[in-house]
Design a protein around this ligand. Structure first.
Ligand code: HEC
Length: 144
C-alpha cells in the first residue's frame, strides 16, 4: 500500500502524539496512583501548630467541619463526633499518617508529636471520651 505524503505525515504526527501520551502515564503500573487520586500532597509543607486543638482547626476541620460532624457535598466527610471507630487509638493514627480512600495522609506534614496531639484532642472532644492517650512512639510505629 502506498501512502500519500500527507497521510504519512498524519501517521507520524499521531504516533508521536501517542508516544507522548504513553510516556506521560503514571509510572506505577499497579494503578495505585489512579485509584488514590486525592492522596498526593505537595511536599515540603509542615504544620507549625503544636496543640491538638490548633491542629484540628488548621488541618482537619476544613473537611470534617469545626464541630467534627462531617459533611456531604462534593464528597463525603464522615463525622468524627461520638465516633465509635476512634475507640482503638491506632485507627485514627493510621488514617492520619497513611491516608484512607479520599482522606489524604495529612500526618505526613506533621511530626509524630503533632499527630499524637491531634489524635488525643479528637479522642477526648466532640463527644468522644477515650482517655488512653497515644504517644509519639505510637505514631512512629505506624508511619509508612
Ligand atoms: C481533604 C479532606 C480531609 C482532611 C483535611 C481530613 N480528613 Fe479525615 N477523612 C476524610 C475522608 C473523605 C474520610 C473518609 C475516608 C474513608 O472513606 O474511609 C476521612 C476519615 C477520617 C477518619 C476515619 C473516621 C471513621 O469513623 O472511620 C478519621 C479518624 C479522620 N478522618 C480524622 C481526621 C483528622 C484528625 C484530620 C486532621 C488531622 C483529618 N481527618 C483531615 C477527609 C479529610
Amino acid at each position: 500500500m502506498r501512502l500519500t505524503l500527507s497521510a504519512r505525515a498524519t501517521l507520524m504526527i499521531s504516533s508521536a502524539a501517542m508516544a507522548i501520551v504513553l510516556t506521560s502515564r503514571p509510572l506505577r503500573a499497579d494503578g495505585e496512583s489512579l485509584s488514590r487520586p486525592q492522596t498526593s500532597l505537595s511536599t515540603g509543607f509542615r504544620f507549625t501548630e503544636q496543640s491538638g486543638e490548633q491542629l484540628f482547626a488548621s488541618s482537619c476541620q476544613g473537611c470534617h467541619m469545626p464541630d467534627a460532624n462531617g459533611a456531604t457535598g462534593a464528597g463525603a466527610y464522615p463525622s468524627l463526633a461520638k465516633d465509635r471507630n476512634l475507640e482503638a487509638a491506632g485507627y485514627p493514627v493510621t488514617v492520619i499518617v497513611r491516608g484512607q480512600k479520599a482522606m489524604p495522609p495529612i500526618g505526613m506534614m506533621m511530626s509524630d508529636d503533632q499527630v499524637a496531639a491531634v489524635v488525643n484532642y479528637l479522642r477526648t472532644h466532640f463527644g468522644n471520651e477515650y482517655s488512653d492517650a497515644v504517644t509519639a512512639d505510637d505514631v512512629k510505629r505506624v508511619r509508612p
